[in-house]
Write a new protein. Structure first.
Ligand code: PGA
Length: 255
């Protein structure tokens, strides 16, 4: 299974000049990794999607959105649809990030609608799930993750489940400096895969990638994602620094 690294650039790259510098630096640094095997997905703000697609026509590099709305078109001021994202050349979309759940009141039902819209229009959904600090402390992690996965999969045909990428992103680890242990990450991954097999009857569950996200950097990536369980990572802050981001790629490649 090819490994995957997702860069979530969040609400950054504020000017055209900043965006262009980022893209130039990314391309320059990537030249040092011409044969990288890890699939890279960069998710810039929506205003930069088209430019990223235009500039990053490189092997194993893809562009994704950070969010979509579930309707395809119409009177939904301020929203963008899966089809619009697809039509500018993107292939992926992050869905259900904890910042969207927190600041935009996205609930599991909305997340499920978005996943179905993404699949319908040919985007790979990268679905974020994760527990809060309190939930972890009372030992509720497996239940919370299972519930989020179950809600995510409402009315998703079983045949399409393997197209979904899950990202385990404990809320307390995102944007902080702490990470779970590799055992904790593995446990969540097993919880998700078991659920897919036992409840949904997914026969080729090995095709489902479960990433880890939350404070990943080039110093901790080897520890938080032990081989061979590593499917990849979702990187926030460090993806803003191409040299650091690509260092993570080369470490995953080397594993
Ligand atoms: P971080 O963000 O790497 O800055 O913790 C991760 C994320 O938001 O997915």
């Amino acid at each position: 299974m090819q490994k995957l690294i997702v860069g979530n650039l969040k609400m950054n790259l504020l000017t055209v000049a900043e965006r262009d510098r980022y893209l130039e630096s990314f391309e320059r640094e990537l030249k040092n990794l011409p044969e990288h095997q890890t699939e890279i997905v960069l998710c810039p703000p929506a205003v930069h999607l088209e430019k990223f697609v235009e500039k990053l026509k490189l092997k194993n590099v893809f562009v994704g959105a950070q969010n979509i709305f579930w309707e395809e078109r119409g009177s939904f001021t301020g929203e963008i649809s899966a089809l619009m994202v697809k039509n500018v050349g993107c292939s992926h979309v992050i869905i259900g990030h904890s910042e969207r759940r927190k600041y935009f009141a996205e609930n599991d039902e909305a997340i499920n609608f978005k996943i179905r819209a993404a699949l319908k229009d040919g985007l790979t959904p990268i679905v974020c799930v994760g527990e809060s600090k309190e939930e972890r402390e009372i030992g509720d992690t497996a239940r919370v993750i299972s519930q989020q996965v179950n809600q995510a999969l409402v009315e998703v045909p079983i045949s399409r489940i393997t197209e979904i990428v899950f990202a385990y992103e404990p809320i307390w680890a995102v944007g902080s400096d702490v990470t779970p242990t590799s055992d904790d990450i593995l446990e969540v991954k097993i919880t998700i895969k078991k659920l897919l097999v036992e409840k949904y009857g997914v026969s080729d569950v090995e095709k489902v990638r479960v990433l880890y996200g939350g404070s990943v950097n080039s110093k901790n990536v080897s520890q938080v994602c032990l081989q061979p369980q590593l499917d990849g990572v979702l990187v926030g802050r460090e993806s803003l620094i191409p040299v650091e981001f690509l260092k993570i790629v080369s470490l995953i490649d080397a594993n």
